[in-house]
Design a protein around this ligand. Structure first.
Ligand code: GTP
Ligand code: MN
Length: 585
């Protein structure tokens, strides 16, 4: 163990080391090769031709049999990158997203080993209570009714916290020091300074283990389904337990995960236990919190594929979307993320009990990839038959895809998006299409403006499909100066094309009033027009003009109503207003 300068609290160092993966730290500097249970490389600290430098993932330790160097992840960075101790800790903390403690402010360091020890004692106590306590009968019966076997209960070290305020307390914490330690470990609650009581009472206990198999916290479930109490009670955050970093079932599943190259992430303790019993063993659960970036990073270190499985209810769908957002920035070309939303409000546990593990495995195989899930979920929210919908679709998906790390996947998905909405892929690739490189403010986000402005859509279609000029009514110019973006430009171009439908873009430009000329960005407009499938062009065009007309009517009506209020309506105005009010019905 390296020396800890007083400036950084020991428990911070410990929790840093318990989260870091030495294999990844070293592999970033010295490519490692798996050899049995260890990883090996030629030693970076002395000259050699055959590898004698070995990294042990379980012990989180490296050692060179050639030159004898050894240490943990921090030590490696100190030696290899010539960092100071503090610099090495800061580097790792930064990579793990851990906040460095303020110097001097941190509480006195709790001894992690003592906390692990008392948690181990508590686990053994709860386990034993499930077997021997007469009061545990109900708990045992409940687990049996839910289909759990004794073997499963044992594998997950399930336990029972008896009813009463001090069963655990009197059994494992005889002196005040132990009581304080138990509070730190999340086992006891401190009341009025020197009184203590058991946090978990009359609950089935699910011990939560860290990746090295040490119990770091508990989930406690009420027995049965009706109670005023919350269904689950979890350990609070402690020096050894952080919900945003830990996953229930990881330790039990680690070999299955490595074997299957895939991990299933579910929401509940019971889901994990039940799936493992049914034979789906590469499964973990988040601890009653949403999935975090740390969870995904952690899993991606050991496995290329994560399959998220969520209940089919609204909460499940929301959680799925949150996970998607978390995963985007981490989804490089070496990893895959899939989503499985169960139908009919089943959760994974009820699903396997109803349809069997094989059925769930089929569903897992068919789970939607993250890109498919993104595209289909978004597509359901917009109307892809219309240009507004497609523009909205493209704009939103583009924002999500932008978060992906650079790589083949990202490029391919932007191409797929471009194809779907029928635009030049260059539009999405950060590179501007050549013709777009000179852009003024008007044209800068013309795609998103097309979303809100029917005038821009009508204009885009008209200059691209000149035959539409035949559909222009004679009074088209009357739409000028209504308060819709791009309307004046549309009216001016429409006037020109109505008179001479075959003239070139350059000629149109020359004929436009000076003030509008600069806004006539032909390439951008054609880009928008091409989002519309050919067979829908005319309908889209007439639809856009119809919106302009409706707006025009509203404005006229507002004007007449104002005049009516002021009592200045002419006879002609009155007639018009009457007509319009009738039309409106
Ligand atoms: P059952 O099948 O009802 O035993 O539970 P489950 O494991 O299927 O859990 P559920 O899907 O209802 O909830 C998912 C997870 O959210 C649980 O495993 C808990 O971690 C957490 N959770 C559920 N209910 C509560 C609660 O009342 N309080 C807290 N703190 N967490 C809860
Ligand atoms: Mn459940």
């Amino acid at each position: 163990m390296v020396d800890t300068p007083g400036r950084i609290p020991e428990d911070f160092i410990q929790s840093l080391l318990s989260r870091v993966d030495i294999v990844e730290v070293i592999n970033a500097a010295v490519p490692l090769r798996k050899a049995g249970t260890n990883y090996v490389a030629c030693c970076p600290f002395h000259n050699e031709k055959t590898p004698s430098f070995s990294v042990n993932k379980n012990k989180q330790f490296y050692h060179c049999f050639g030159c004898g160097v050894s240490g943990d992840a921090i030590q490696f960075l100190i030696e290899h990158n010539s960092l100071s101790f503090v610099e090495a800790v800061e580097l790792l903390a930064g990579q793990l997203g851990m906040q460095m403690p303020q110097s001097g402010q941190s509480e006195p360091s709790a001894d992690h080993n003592l906390i692990y020890n008392i948690l181990a004692e508590a686990t053994a106590f709860f386990e034993q209570q499930l077997r021997q306590q007469t009061l545990a009968k109900q708990a045992v019966q409940y687990l049996k009714d839910r289909g759990l076997t004794g073997i499963t209960a044992k594998a997950f070290r399930l336990g029972f916290a008896p009813p009463g305020w001090d069963n655990l307390l009197t059994s494992i914490a005889k002196d005040p020091k132990q009581k304080e330690l138990g509070v730190k470990a999340g086992l006891f609650v401190n009341r009025e300074g020197n009184k203590f009581y058991d946090r978990f009472r009359n609950r089935i206990i699910f011990p939560i283990r860290n990746r090295r198999g040490k119990v770091i916290g508990f989930g406690g479930r009420i027995i049965g389904s009706t109670s005023d109490e919350p269904k689950y009670l979890n350990s609070p955050e402690t020096p050894v337990f952080s919900k945003s970093h830990e996953l229930y079932g990881y330790y039990e599943a680690r070999q299955a995960i490595a074997r299957s190259n895939s991990v299933l992430v579910v929401e509940g303790y019971m889901d994990v236990v039940s799936l493992v019993q049914a034979g789906i063993t590469n499964v973990v659960a988040t601890l009653g919190t949403a999935c975090t970036e740390q969870h995904v990073q952690y899993l991606f270190k050991t496995v290329p594929e994560i399959i998220f499985c969520f209940d089919g209810d609204a909460a499940g769908k929301k959680a799925a979307w949150r996970s998607l957002e978390i995963c985007l920035s981490l989804l490089d070309d070496q990893h895959r993320v899939k989503f499985l939303i169960l139908r009919d409000n089943e959760d994974p546990d009820s699903y396997v009990r109803k349809y069997g593990a094989a059925a769930l495995q089929v569903e897992m195989k068919q789970a939607a990839s993250l890109p498919d899930f993104l595209f289909t979920t978004m597509a359901k929210q917009v109307d892809l038959d219309h240009i507004d919908g497609r523009v909205q679709f493209a704009t939103q998906i583009k924002q999500y895809l932008a978060k992906l790390p650079e790589g083949i996947l990202k490029t391919m998905l932007f191409d797929r998006l471009a194809q779907l909405v029928n635009v030049d892929p260059a539009l999405f690739h950060g590179k501007k299409p050549r013709a777009m490189q000179r852009r003024n403010e008007f044209s800068q986000s013309i795609i998103s403006k097309a979303l809100v402005s029917p005038a821009i859509r009508a204009l885009a279609l008209l200059i691209t499909y000149r035959e539409l000029a035949a559909d222009l009514a004679t009074d088209i110019f009357s739409l000028v100066s209504i308060d819709i973006f791009g309307c004046n430009l549309f009216c001016a171009v429409a006037e020109i094309l109505k008179a001479s439908p075959t003239i070139t873009d350059a000629e149109i430009k020359a004929l436009l009033p000076e003030a509008l000329r600069e806004n006539f960005v032909v390439m951008d407009l054609r880009g928008i027009a091409h989002i519309v499938p050919k067979q829908g062009v005319r309908e889209e065009f007439l639809g856009a003009i119809e919106i302009l007309r409706r707006r025009k009517k509203e404005l006229v009506m507002d004007d007449l109503l104002l005049k009516a209020k002021q009592n200045v309506l002419t006879d002609a105005d009155k007639l018009l207003l009457q007509q319009m009010l009738q039309e409106k019905g």
